[in-house]
Design a binder for this molecule. Structure first.
Ligand SMILES: Cc1ncc(COP(=O)(O)O)c(C=O)c1O
Length: 273
């Protein structure tokens, strides 16, 4: 396996990042996860734009899109896989042990892992911890993901693949690595960005392609929604068949099944929508 580190390809076994990297010591970094099908990336331009937004939010220098594109192409070429998860990580770089950032400039890593197609439906749980819709990192895709690690571990312990959060005022927000949609009276709704959720790329495309509405929703909408589905880069549109103890009558239900079809068709026609 080869990865890209800073300015070139390196062997995974021998590539080295400083033990003082601010991404390691304080989680001062950002990332993107992209889907690679037969060596081709989906929605690369949108992912690079979000990487820049996240960098600006943390006060990191703008990533050089040409360089990141070159790094992605080199990693994909060096590691051919049918379905891959390509990860771009960009951190504050070598720094002091505290929260002040160092002067050394950022670290860039591009790595690829093999992935397998996700099932058409999955189980989710809700968790008692909140997303903060007013935090300094709200809306940024940072490497400070330990809250997601804890919540996802709880989901796994309950036989689920995702944990859903409410925000600090009890509104439905998002999952650890996905956005959430509900179907009410035949209409698709998803929480607005003001709920504190990440501006998911799959979410934006799903809203655009299905006409889903952005609506403030209480967390307990999950107890009465006719259908629930998740969106993310590696899930695309994925139906939910169980929320906590509640089994959904059919999953994918008719509205979700249509959204899945539309997403598959539209994303198949344009790799960089
Ligand atoms: C917290 C969070 N919400 C939502 C998403 C979904 O975003 P995308 O569709 O861009 O993968 C992610 C991405 O993995 C995420 O980490």
């Amino acid at each position: 396996m080869k990865i890209w580190l800073d300015d070139g390809l390196q062997d995974t076994e021998t590539a080295r990042v400083s033990v003082f990297d601010h991404g390691l010591t304080v989680g001062d970094g950002i990332f993107e996860t992209l889907k690679a099908v037969d060596g081709r990336l989906f929605a690369l331009t949108r992912h690079l734009d979000r990487l820049t937004l996240s960098a600006r939010g943390l006060g990191l220098p703008d990533p050089d899109h040409d360089e990141v594109r070159r790094a992605c192409a080199a990693v994909l070429e060096a590691n051919p896989v049918p379905l891959g998860r390509l990860r771009i990580t960009y951190t504050g770089g070598h720094g002091p042990l505290g929260s002040d950032r160092g002067e050394h400039g950022p670290t860039l890593v591009v790595a690829l892992g093999e992935s397998s197609p996700r099932p058409d439906s999955t189980a989710v749980i809700t968790v008692p911890w909140t997303r903060n819709e007013r935090g300094a990192l709200t809306g940024l895709k940072t490497t400070s993901y330990a809250e997601n690690v804890v919540a996802l571990a709880r989901a796994r312990a309950h036989g689920a693949s995702e944990a859903l959060f409410a925000n600090t005022v009890g509104q439905l927000c998002e999952g650890t690595g996905s956005n959430v949609f509900v179907v009410l009276d035949g209409e698709i709704h998803t929480p607005p960005l003001a709920s504190g959720c990440l501006a998911g790329i799959t979410r934006a495309l799903t809203v655009q392609w299905t006409g889903a509405k952005e609506t403030d929703l209480p967390l307990d909408v999950l107890e009465r929604a006719d259908e629930v589905f998740l969106t993310s880069t590696l899930r695309d549109v994925q139906a939910v068949h169980r929320v906590d103890a509640r089994e959904l009558p059919v999953a994918p239900g008719p509205v979700t099944a249509k959204a899945m079809r539309v997403f598959e068709e539209r994303s198949g026609h344009d790799l960089d929508p």
